[in-house]
Design a protein around this ligand. Structure first.
Ligand SMILES: *Cc1c(COP(=O)(O)O)cnc(C)c1O
Length: 360
């Protein structure tokens, strides 16, 4: 018997969620963002499932793009953070990757690269997030410079939204207005929308939607949302109970003795820990499912084990199934209990956890 911790990935749910994104703007093209190993879901498996449905894939860097090509993925792959040094450009051209471009000095790099095949370039405009991108004047200049280059086949102007997960934040429309004014008259394709924008900002969907978190079935919003609530969770992070003990009233459980038994309690130990990506900030009292019933984490998360309260759980025994998050316990709820976001929980699921793929 092997350690039971695993992440069950439902590829059919990912396809459902991607098609939900597409249905919101049927004439737009939709990119599936599979950076960071598809937010922990397995980039190759997700890309294989969506190839033919997705118009392109998005990754953070060339290493992630090469992984897809080596696995046989032929669809376009966009490097969302662009290239970091000029020596990546020949490979970008050869493997047919598309690249973001966020700084004027990168235009020279492309011009000087003497590429054998023309590339697609996505200049990124800083529309207010102030993390990466060109200002409005640079964007127009870069557009005209790239347009004149034989080694540039296509240009898509992009930007990134800072606050779209806050439904009434006026910054989103300010960013869109800034972008529109910067690109006005260029007659070029646009890409603005990440998951929260795809779900909630009709005028951000444009020519290319960049679908990340939502395809993994987690809502980016803290509140209920009519479309986001149709997403299906794709990852069920599960393990089993490996030990059970009765702990007397007044005794404490785990490191720092942070869970004190107010009466005799039945404490279960489960095979998962922060080294698996069950974040240590998922503290005492956080929700967890045992045998399909809700209970709480009792005490601190250890590296390889977690203790949970089984006192009121019917039928709890050695081998009982534990769901850390997934189909029956929202990753968003667990993230909130840990003062974090589903993105960090998903990307934190470590290499030690085997991924098991299902389609239903
Ligand atoms: C990661 C990323 C996305 C996807 O964002 P989600 O909120 O996960 O949908 C979109 N665009 C860029 C540039 C990104 O880096």
């Amino acid at each position: 018997m092997a350690r039971a911790a695993q992440a069950v990935i439902n590829l059919a749910a990912i396809e459902h969620n991607f098609k939900l994104a597409q249905s919101l703007a049927p004439t737009a093209k939709a990119m599936a963002i599979v950076k960071a190993d598809a937010y922990g879901h397995g980039a190759v498996a997700v890309a294989k499932k969506l190839e033919g449905t997705a118009d392109a894939f998005g990754v953070a860097c060339i290493e992630e793009a090469v992984e897809l090509r080596e696995a046989g993925i032929k669809a376009p792959v966009l490097l969302l953070e662009g290239f970091f040094s000029a020596d990546e450009l020949p490979l970008i051209a050869e493997m047919g990757f598309w690249t973001a471009l966020h700084s004027v000095h990168q235009v020279e790099m492309i011009r000087d690269a003497k590429l054998a095949k023309p590339i697609h370039v996505w200049p990124k405009i800083d529309s207010g997030m102030h993390r990466l991108g060109l200002n409005a004047q640079e964007a127009v200049e870069v557009y005209h410079q790239l347009s004149a280059m034989a080694c540039v086949e296509k240009i898509v102007m992009m930007s990134h939204m800072a606050c779209a997960d806050e439904l009434d934040n006026p910054m989103s429309q300010q960013q869109i207005a800034f972008f529109d004014s910067a690109v006005s008259g260029l007659g070029v394709e646009h890409s603005l929308a990440n998951s929260p924008s795809i779900l909630s900002l009709e005028n951000a969907r444009r020519d290319w939607m960049r679908c990340g978190l939502m395809i993994y079935g987690a809502t980016p919003f803290p509140q209920a949302h009519p479309v986001a609530d149709k997403l299906k969770p794709a990852m069920s992070f599960t393990t089993e109970v490996i030990a059970i003990r009765e702990v007397p009233e007044g005794e404490c459980v785990g490191y720092a003795a942070s869970f004190k038994c107010d009466k005799v309690r039945k404490i279960g130990t489960i095979a998962i820990g922060y080294a698996d990506g069950y974040d240590r900030h998922i503290g005492n009292g956080s929700p967890i499912l045992v045998n399909g019933q809700r209970t709480i984490v009792a005490g601190r998360v250890s590296m390889d084990m977690v203790t949970v309260d089984l006192t009121d759980i019917e039928g709890a025994q050695l081998g009982s199934l534990v769901e850390l998050w997934g189909e029956n316990l929202s990753v968003c709820e667990v993230a909130e209990a840990a003062s974090t976001i589903p993105y960090t929980l998903f990307t934190g699921v470590s290499k030690r956890v085997p991924r098991k793929y299902i389609n239903r």
